[in-house]
Ligand binder design. Structure first.
Ligand SMILES: O=C(COP(=O)(O)O)NO
Ligand code: NA
Ligand SMILES: [Zn+2]
Length: 305
């Protein structure tokens, strides 16, 4: 059933498990994510970025909303990294049930003002809002505290920000970053900082840039002809610890892309004569589904629907 992001995330934070927000751009990713959620009886958030909406258009948004309505588990349709009020309005018009306004690159007062404006519009139509405070950036443990405060989310600022904006959940910067290169080896995650934020912010917390970038997937991608540098993701133990401290929404995109692309490269390499798209998109869809299921197991959302 189609529900708001807050309905899913409030329960998750209260009961101490995480829910995956999985990015989709097409039919195969959407099917893989929803099938995994139904099979494991897990709530799930289908995340569409502005780029996804541009690429897929109505075919994507209508499919996502319709399939979410028919799903036998709670599903929210979420705008990932909304960059403007106008972009949020478009998502609201498409029937999204969760919207992110990401003004984390702006100064504090601008972020507050822009986020507040989106909260008013979204709440007027029963949709819940994710905001972001702090800069997503991989950061070494030894970096000085004042430098970390300039980049990562400041706990006291987070409390004031949430009170002034009325946002429903908060994306925090504690050392994660987007993409496949999150740092050398095991990226430093500032768990003490997260614990302080969670004490001051009762709302569900969101972790961006949370993909694991597992080495076996990186190797498989390379073996199939893919080229990728020294890739590193967030360690599963750091994800579990973050969930125990108050993270309820965990964003995963890179792991799905790596799996999908590795399988397509393998299928095309194995059989140069093949030109039925289903023969290479089908196995790639299965691989995405497997990644989603393993993430749901890690987050503890299995059976929570
Ligand atoms: O934060 C993300 C995805 O992060 P990853 O690149 O780690 O999958 N989407 O908003
Ligand atoms: Na998001
Ligand atoms: Zn993100």
């Amino acid at each position: 059933m189609l529900v708001t992001g807050l309905e899913i995330l409030k329960k998750a934070r209260a009961e101490g498990y995480g829910v995956g927000a999985f990015n989709t751009n097409n039919m195969e990713f959407t099917q893989a994510i929803l099938e995994a959620a139904e099979e494991l009886r897990s709530p799930v958030i289908l995340a569409l970025s502005e780029g996804a909406m541009k690429y897929g258009g109505r075919a994507l948004t209508r499919m996502a909303v319709a399939l979410a309505q028919e799903a036998r588990v709670p599903v929210a349709i979420h705008l990932d990294h909304g960059s403007s009020y106008e972009s949020v309005l478009k998502a609201l018009r498409e029937g999204f049930t969760s919207v992110m306004i990401d003004k984390s690159h702006e100064d504090f007062e601008t972020n507050v003002r822009e986020t507040k404006r989106v909260v008013e519009a979204a709440h007027a139509v029963g949709v819940t809002v994710e905001a972001e405070l702090g800069r997503l950036a991989g950061i070494e443990e030894h970096v000085a505290v004042d430098e970390k405060d300039a980049l990562l989310t400041n706990p006291e600022e987070a409390r004031i920000f949430m009170e002034r904006t009325g946002a429903d959940y908060l994306a925090v910067a504690i050392g994660t970053s987007h993409g496949a290169y999150k740092g050398k080896g095991r990226p430093f995650i500032d768990h003490p900082r997260l614990a302080r934020i969670a004490e001051l912010v009762p709302a569900p917390l969101v972790l961006h840039g949370a993909s694991a970038v597992p080495q076996e997937l990186v190797e498989r991608f390379r073996a199939a002809g893919g080229e990728i540098g020294e890739a590193a993701g967030i360690h599963p133990e750091d994800i579990k610890k973050a969930i125990s401290l108050g993270v309820a929404k965990i964003n995963t995109d890179t792991d799905l892309r790596l799996a999908f692309t590795a399988l397509i490269r393998e299928a095309l390499g194995k059989n140069p004569k093949e030109f039925d798209p289903r023969k290479y998109l089908g196995p790639a869809r299965e691989a995405v589904k497997e990644v989603v299921k393993s993430r749901m197991e890690l987050f503890g959302s299995v059976g929570k629907a």
